[in-house]
Design a protein around this ligand. Structure first.
Ligand code: NAP
Length: 469
């Protein structure tokens, strides 16, 4: 095969692909470059796939049926994936990520099964190879079944169900997986019974592990499963001596782990608490509830006057803004106020919405200038000099219980400190709770007034009122 600088064409393509993955991932950390970063990494993956087909083995006519199958797989996968990605609503993104992640886990598990089959027929077992196959199978299958359950829960097709003594059953299953895996590796057995038993127990473990976890914690679980899939893919890279697969898997594995830790930190919860404890799912757990006092409403006209005569306005966007698809409308209000000399910024809480970076992506879609998106710490510093805070479709991320109610399930989670501003207006449809399923005393605070209605409708009304002033 042609060699360049001592590298085969295949190795060169894998290096190019690996570099695109790293640059792509780096670019994902900034909203203005994220789209391009995603494309660059996708091109890199394309190069790796084509290079593997063309250069890994000699193309011979007897392999054509295999190439036809690969091509069919590529076409079917591309068509389904593209359709799903084009159709998906912003609010359903976590489900889609979970589904795709599950497919990655399934691929890793199937790779392990196929390679095990090769070992079985070759009749010779290499220890390192066996360890990689077993680990890939376990992690890939847990990731597959867990992700599919997470998808079903987020789609509302599966409820939170915990078996009695579920934690004990999970520990027993985990021990069985580890024991059986170690036995297969140690004995070098190529008997299909053991490997299929390991597959079945791992699949069951994935189901039972995710089943009882509350809906609010699903993004954390998805991120964790995502890191599992990355690891499983990296094992595939070892098996096939495929550096692009190895780099890609390691990057997904480590990025998923970091994201999981960041989300837990942003919610001030440990991973164990997310997995064993839970708020959101069935939770009425903790937190004060019941009669909270009285709320004050504000009319659209009064709210518009407050905004038009303010110097500084801060918007706290939340999940409801995404549901209402009000990102373009809020940007229009921002431009209108800007023309009137009012400075409007956005306070971005790290776990606002339903996925990491949800608000950044949403507002970037509406071309809100990036400097206007303030990280929570910067927004909190700016609060004292803010005249009006508009809390739009956000609830948990502004709930003062996180600071002053130690019995609350969200106690300790950093929040946007809206009460430090001069006026607060909360815009939502009703007194409905947020994802954590708990009351919010902010709504009853003296400084706060409620503007009820769908976020998009209310902002549109505000725009027309401000225009009339
Ligand atoms: P939230 O606490 O879930 O509250 C959203 C609010 O939006 C609801 O109270 C709802 O009230 C309102 N709403 C819904 N549709 C609306 C519409 N069309 N117009 C106006 N309002 C609407 O949202 P959040 O403050 O963004 O907090 C996010 C939650 O998700 C946190 O608990 C966080 O820990 C959790 N979470 C997030 C992530 C992540 O990565 N982002 C990960 C894990 C967990 P009404 O029904 O009364 O309108």
């Amino acid at each position: 095969m042609t060699s360049i600088l001592g590298l085969s064409l295949l190795e060169l393509c894998y290096i190019i692909a690996s570099v695109t993955f790293i640059f792509g991932l780096k670019m994902l950390s900034s909203p203005d470059k994220a789209r391009k970063g995603n494309l660059i990494a996708a091109y890199g993956m394309g190069i790796a796939i084509i290079a593997t087909i063309l250069f890994k083995e000699e193309l011979t006519p007897e392999k054509w049926p295999n190439y036809a199958l690969i091509l069919a797989g590529l076409v079917v996968g591309t068509v389904i994936g593209t359709r799903m990605a084009l159709k998906v609503k912003m609010t359903a993104m976590p489900q889609m990520v979970s589904f795709f992640n599950g497919m990655g886990g399934a691929c890793a598990a199937v790779i392990s099964l196929v390679e095990f089959d090769h070992l079985m027929h070759a009749g010779q077992v290499e220890l390192g190879m066996m360890i990689v196959i077993i680990l890939g199978l376990i992690i890939g299958s847990v990731s597959f079944s867990g992700s599919i359950i997470a998808y079903g829960k987020l789609e509302g097709k599966i409820g939170d169900r915990a078996l009695p003594a579920g934690q004990v059953i999970n520990i027993v299953l985990l021990l069985a997986i580890l024991g059986l895996g170690a036995f297969i590796v140690w004995s070098g057995s190529t008997s299909p019974i053991y490997i299929y038993a390991l597959l079945a127990i791992s699949l069951l473990y994935g189901v039972l592990f995710v089943m009882p976890i509350g809906g609010a914690d699903m993004p954390v679980v998805i991120s964790l499963l995502n890191s599992f899939t990355g690891m499983a893919a990296a094992f595939g890279g070892f098996l096939y001596d495929n550096q692009a697969m190895l780099t890609g898997g390691i990057l997904v594995g480590s990025a998923g782990t970091i994201l999981t830790v960041l989300m837990c930190t942003a919610m001030n919860r440990s991973l164990t608490n997310v997995i064993i404890g839970s708020f959101g799912g069935n939770s009425a757990a903790g937190g004060e509830s019941g009669e909270e006092g009285s709320i004050k409403e504000i009319t659209v006209t009064d709210a518009a006057i407050l905004l038009a005569y303010a110097n500084k306005v801060m918007v706290v966007p939340g999940y409801g803004l995404a549901v209402a698809q009000a990102q373009h409308t809020i940007h229009n209000l921002e431009k209108l106020l800007d023309d009137k000399g009012v400075e409007m910024n956005y306070a971005i809480h790290p776990v606002a919405g339903r996925m990491p970076g949800h608000m950044n992506v949403l507002l970037a879609e509406a071309d809100v200038p990036y400097p206007k998106l303030l990280e929570m710490e910067d927004a909190n510093e700016a609060m004292a000099s803010t005249d009006v805070v508009l809390v739009i479709g956000a609830n948990d991320v502004v709930n003062p219980a996180a600071e002053n109610d130690s019995s609350s399930p969200i106690y300790g989670m950093p929040i946007v400190k809206v009460l430090e501003a001069k006026n607060v207006i909360v815009m939502k449809r009703s007194m409905g709770k947020g994802y954590a399923g708990i009351e919010n005393k902010l709504f009853y605070h003296d400084k706060n007034r409620m503007l009820f209605g769908d976020a998009k409708d209310s902002i549109e009304k505000l725009i027309s009122e401000v225009k009339n002033l």
